[in-house]
Write a protein that binds this ligand. Structure first.
Ligand SMILES: [Zn+2]
Length: 402
């Protein structure tokens, strides 16, 4: 039997007054999701353990069966893995934003969308300021890059820039978490690099020009989400199954890499609402001919949630139904593929909250061994009466894979 998990990121939501108090998922036209719910079994899933931040890394770890309490890993090393940066023992990786600052305040977590050649110039300038070969910047996409430190300690407290808009950067110094001198050394090094980066960035003529014209510009580096390479048992080790991951997002691809999944590229997978839905469906079907399992992640509803754009959120959900699920299920049925499919968001990103929250998400399981219950619609409310009940962060994996 083949297995497929489809994760529309951040799709779950709250009732919205303008939608007659329906959620975007309940309001959207989703005939395929509703049919799968009617033919399969539904329930809810607590993807984020009590006391943990509802980040996509935590929630997707739980869906992949890595108990976040045991395996938690920051996004730095996960994104690094997705960019082909392997960490050796003792090395730590951090996400390194280029942020927009004016008069010492963070105005945006993004110093503007950089073209690849602009990013290359910035990263090369940053690498030329580094100390004793202990520091290496790696080029990512746009304002999102990676910083690797050799022989340093990841037990430091960093500040995600999107959570500190308007704050003075001088009040957000990276701190050691404990008394270990190595932690303090790492924090001091990072604070020095941040301070030095202002001058390095200002030395680049097109950055000065953007600043002069009042456009967004990279004013400072901002390292956060530090971590060492995580030690995950792979899917093959846990289940004997081979698998692949399809996502436009480095964080999810990195999780997949550490889970031993093959990264399956899809042309035009962008992470936003213009993503190639049909291409993702076809890539998943192709991969399932070779592999036992595919993890198919779609970022678009999360972006709409962060933008607080209810119309766009509904559109992304309808697109997933019509342009991804419909051709996928049709092909599964045409070819008689023996398969079990789970559909669930990783966490809610409600349009009125505009960020992730910790709340159970709706889940449906369809296909071989899924059983059937009385739920006939896929929505946050309809799944309450489903026969699957509420999965804990650890129980979904066992149910779905065994
Ligand atoms: Zn997410």
């Amino acid at each position: 039997m083949k297995r497929l998990i489809i994760v529309p990121d951040g799709m779950a939501d709250h009732p919205v007054a303008a939608l007659s108090n329906k959620t975007p998922l309940a309001y959207a036209r989703t005939p395929v999701m509703d049919r799968l719910a009617a033919e399969g079994s539904c329930g809810r899933f607590n993807t984020v353990p009590e006391g943990m931040e509802p980040g996509s890394e935590v929630a997707n770890m739980a869906i992949m069966g890595y108990e976040p309490d045991l395996y938690f890993c920051n996004r730095g090393p996960l994104e690094a893995a997705s960019m082909g940066v392997e960490l050796k023992p003792g090395e730590i990786a951090l996400r390194c934003n280029l942020i927009h600052t004016v008069n010492g305040r963070i105005l945006s977590h993004s110093g503007g969308d950089l073209e690849p050649e602009e990013a290359e110039e910035v990263i090369s300038a940053l690498n030329s300021m580094t100390e004793k070969g202990d520091v290496q910047f790696y080029q990512g996409v746009s304002y999102r890059h990676i910083l690797v430190l050799r022989h340093h300690n990841a037990r430091i407290q960093c500040f995600p820039p999107h959570n500190h808009l308007g704050s003075l950067t001088g009040e957000l110094k990276i701190l050691p978490q404990g008394e270990d001198p190595e932690e303090k050394e790492t924090a001091d090094l990072l604070n020095r690099l941040v301070a030095k980066s202002a001058g390095v960035l200002q030395g680049i003529p097109w950055i000065r020009e953007k600043a002069r014209k009042g456009e967004r510009f990279p004013g400072l580096i901002w390292p956060w989400a530090p971590g060492e390479s995580p030690a995950f048992p792979t899917l093959v080790e846990r289940t004997g199954l081979t698998g692949g991951v399809i996502s436009a997002v480095d964080l999810i691809k990195g999780l997949g890499i550490y889970a031993g999944l093959e990264v399956i590229p899809v042309d035009g997978a962008t992470g936003n609402s213009f993503t190639n839905y049909e291409g993702k469906a076809m890539a998943a079907l192709d991969a399932l001919r070779r592999l036992d399992f595919v993890y198919l992640h779609v970022e678009a509803p999360d972006e709409a949630g962060h933008d607080g754009d209810v119309e766009l959120k509904i559109k992304t959900i309808e697109d997933i139904d019509r342009r991804l699920l419909k051709p996928l299920i049709s092909e599964v049925e045409k070819t008689g593929m023996d398969i079990r499919i789970a559909l669930l968001p990783d966490h809610p990103t409600p349009v009125e909250v505009r960020t992730h929250i910790r709340e159970p998400v709706p889940v449906l399981i369809w296909g071989r061994g899924a059983g059937r219950d009385d739920v006939v619609e896929f929505s946050e409310e309809a799944v309450f009466s489903g026969r699957l009940g509420t999965f804990s962060p650890t129980s979904f994996f066992k149910d779905f894979f065994f």
